[in-house]
Design a protein around this ligand. Structure first.
Ligand code: UDP
Length: 360
């Protein structure tokens, strides 16, 4: 197949602003190219793919104003389309490419109504891989109208994510889960006592709960991720002054995995319906057990008591209690679970099968 990827419009690839969708896009570009497909990635100016270069992957950078991430807006806010929108410009590039060169399908990663509502402007089918749960009324309407117009055109990462859009969308959605390239993650058998939080620093990722866990457990919390909301960080630090927390910034995958692997556990204390949580499978790939709130994708993808502990949502004390048992988790089992269930090979195959179904 010849596939056009439409990237997220909130930041250039490689910046971390796009969150898990950046890793997902890279994993799929390289996996599909390895399987003989040709991929053209249309992404905001400044994007870096950081992939082994191959003739089968091409990056086209597009100018324009970045979009405001939906998770920072109210559910009912009117859509914010900036002047000279990078998304409008990228969509134009996509439709022109499809008209000019032979392509089979467009794979949209942007969490924004525009490509969902305008798929009929493109001469080839558009498939949408939705990266987050329901966050805005406008996006709910756009996803619903897309599945009505072309049943099967939407895929998501977990059933919990699909359900957040309502029964009609959920029933029409293909669940592809996620996956990572295991070769990029080293197994660490003997960790330190430290905890890891791998997330954009934001309220929805539960930064305040993470500080509480650090304070209550007395363990050092190492935080990896883009500083999206400094006020949220300062408030959390002021509320839990005895918490030992170190912010290491947004690291490239190779550096992230080598530090993450040294940690005793990854904590996931999110306040929103996490679509999947790529970071959970990245941690398992390094042999790091996960303690997660019972909310959204992570609770669905991991096996309680075997590689993770699932604790009631919004209860940092539950995370601290689970930490006391963390030594009972076999780290080699965590790595094996990532290999068996979340390899990039299996993920790429699921996405390829779904894309092929768009062509008929
Ligand atoms: N990440 C990274 N370096 C960091 C912190 C995070 O590369 O220092 C990546 C991480 O590998 C993951 C993504 O950021 O792929 C976060 O994705 P996730 O699906 O967990 O959450 P999202 O931000 O999309 O809600």
């Amino acid at each position: 197949m010849r596939i056009i990827f439409l990237s997220t419009s909130v930041g250039p690839l490689g910046s971390g602003i796009g969150g898990g969708v950046e890793l997902t896009l890279r994993t799929l570009a390289s996996g599909l190219a390895q399987r003989g497909h040709e991929v053209t990635v249309v992404a905001p100016r400044g994007s870096v793919l950081a992939l082994v270069s191959t003739e089968r992957i091409r990056l086209l950078e597009v100018d324009g104003a970045l979009h405001v991430p939906s998770q920072t807006l109210d559910r009912s806010s009117a859509p914010v389309v900036p002047e000279n929108s990078v998304l409008v410009n990228m969509w134009k590039t996509v439709t022109q490419l499809a008209a000019r060169e032979r392509h089979d399908v467009v794979l949209n990663f942007a969490y924004d109504a525009h490509p969902f509502l305008r798929a009929d402007e493109c001469s080839v089918p558009t498939a949408h891989l939705v990266s987050m749960g329901s966050l805005s009324d406008e996006m709910d309407r756009a996803v619903t109208s897309a599945v009505r117009a072309a049943p099967g055109c939407v895929a998501m990462h977990s059933r919990a994510q699909a359900d957040s859009f309502g029964a009609e969308v959920s029933a029409a959605t293909t669940i592809v889960a996620s996956g990572v390239n295991l070769d990029a993650y080293d197994f660490v058998a003997e960790p330190s006592n430290d905890l890891a939080l791998v997330a954009r620093i934001s309220r929805e990722k539960g930064i305040v709960d993470a500080f509480e866990v650090a304070e209550q457990s007395g363990r050092l919390l190492r935080v990896f991720g883009v500083m999206e909301d400094e006020a949220a960080w300062r408030e959390a630090a002021a509320r839990y002054p005895r918490a030992r927390v170190e912010h290491l910034g947004f690291l490239p995958t190779n550096e992230l995995q080598s530090s993450l692997g040294q940690c005793a556990a990854l904590i996931m204390v999110h306040h929103w319906v996490e679509a999947f949580g790529n970071v959970a499978i990245e941690a398992l790939a390094c042999g790091v057990p996960v303690i997660t709130y019972a909310r959204g994708g992570p609770a669905e993808i991991v096996r309680d008591g075997v590689t993770v502990f699932v604790v009631p949502a919004d209860q940092p004390s539950g995370v601290v209690e689970a930490l006391a048992k963390i030594g009972s988790i076999d780290r080699a089992r965590c790595r094996a679970e990532a290999q068996e269930r979340f390899s990039s090979t299996a993920f790429v195959q699921r996405v390829e099968d779904w894309l092929r179904r768009q062509l008929v």
